[in-house]
Design a protein around this ligand. Structure first.
Ligand code: UFG
Length: 327
């Protein structure tokens, strides 16, 4: 098979490209490189384009014969999304509409779409199943909900098959293959802890220890990016085999507090990691844990890497990242 991967130079997209090539598939990456990395797409065919430019997309993609599209290209910073809502809707929603327009013109029917647990907002149950109401509390989550609705409407017309995969906290890396997470600025917990541990001059802060959780810090469901990659590939295979439209949670189904994550990182690094406790970060729910039962059944998929494997791979990657940053 040969797939188009939009946002293939980004953190999650690049790991999907890696797995696709390991399985012998062809990959064409479409990316605007606004936040993705050129080193992350070495060896793949690359089209540099902005999804907001429909005519450019038509020009670059017409005549291409893809067996399906993995769609990751989107802006994804929760904080920034609140400050730039028009930019987020243009990038994420208009960009997806343009991509779908070209996909329909070219006859690419199957789309695996990168969605997020942010579509749920504040959950009302211990674990979050797909039946939870969609009440996103930030603009980023709103754009992803609308993108899902767009795909659903196109599917209802009989024109595409889609799997919307709602990730919980993607983490970890593939250091043996030279891939991992690299955001600037970095806002995520595990890379922030590990950058601090490696000697970065950053103030590592636990955002709030007065939540209604056993140790007072927020609980999240961390899932290894390579487990996510396997779920994406199974979802594409499902679309090829039986078509349809799916919304599926991807998580481990097990929550860890910020303090527990810090402890796992200290174990991986082998020394205590200096930190302080600060105020809560606005918009952080106390607990977000997936009920991923449906994904397990529908995709015949189970995550196989636990929190320790996640932080160990992220720590190995952090050494490589630092060496690359110094060149
Ligand atoms: N945290 C800290 N200190 C830090 C960074 C994070 O205490 O320096 C805490 C946060 O407050 C939160 C937890 O660690 O409680 C995890 O925070 P992340 O920023 O790593 O991840 P989020 O849960 O905020 O966000 C993730 C994805 C988003 C997605 C969201 C869905 O990164 O893209 O899940 O709920 F929108």
């Amino acid at each position: 098979m040969h797939y188009l991967v939009t946002g293939g130079a980004g953190y999650i997209g690049s790991h999907i490209c890696l797995r696709l090539t390991e399985l012998g598939h062809g990959v064409t990456v479409l990316d605007d490189f606004s936040s993705g990395h050129r080193w992350a797409v070495t060896g793949h065919e690359v089209i540099e384009a902005d999804l907001r430019d429909l005519e450019q997309l038509r020009r670059l993609l017409s005549g291409c014969d893809f067996d399906g599209v993995f769609h990751f290209a989107a802006k994804s910073l929760v904080g920034e999304s609140g400050k730039k809502p028009v930019y987020y809707f243009q990038n994420n929603v208009s960009g997806t509409a343009n991509l779908l327009e070209v996909a329909l013109e070219q006859g690419w029917r199957d789309c695996v779409f990168s969605s997020t647990a942010a579509v749920y907002g504040n959950p009302t149950t211990e674990t979050i199943a797909e039946t939870q109401p969609l009440k996103p509390i930030n603009v980023y989550g709103q754009t992803k909900r609308v993108m899902e609705e767009l795909l659903s409407a196109v599917h209802a017309q009989g024109n595409c098959n889609a799997a919307c995969l709602r990730y919980f906290n993607a983490a970890g890396a593939a250091p043996e293959q030279g891939l991992g997470e690299w955001h600037e600025p970095e806002t995520h917990l595990i890379p922030n802890i590990l950058r601090r541990a490696a000697g970065d001059d950053l103030a590592l802060t636990i955002f709030g220890d007065d939540y209604a959780t056993p140790d007072g810090t927020c609980i999240r469901d961390y899932i290894h990016v390579l487990d996510l990659a396997d779920a994406h590939i199974k979802a594409m295979e499902l679309l090829h085999q039986q078509g349809g439209f799916y919304r599926l949670n991807l998580g481990n189904g097990r929550g860890y507090s910020v303090r527990e994550v810090l402890g796992a990182c200290e174990q991986a690094v082998g020394v205590p990691i200096a930190h302080t406790v600060g105020a809560r970060r606005p918009g952080d729910p106390a607990r977000l844990v997936a009920d991923a039962t449906q994904a397990g059944e529908v995709l015949d998929w189970q995550p196989i890497r636990d929190l320790q494997a996640i932080v160990e791979s992220a720590w190995a990657w952090e050494q490589q990242r630092r060496a690359m940053a110094q060149v």
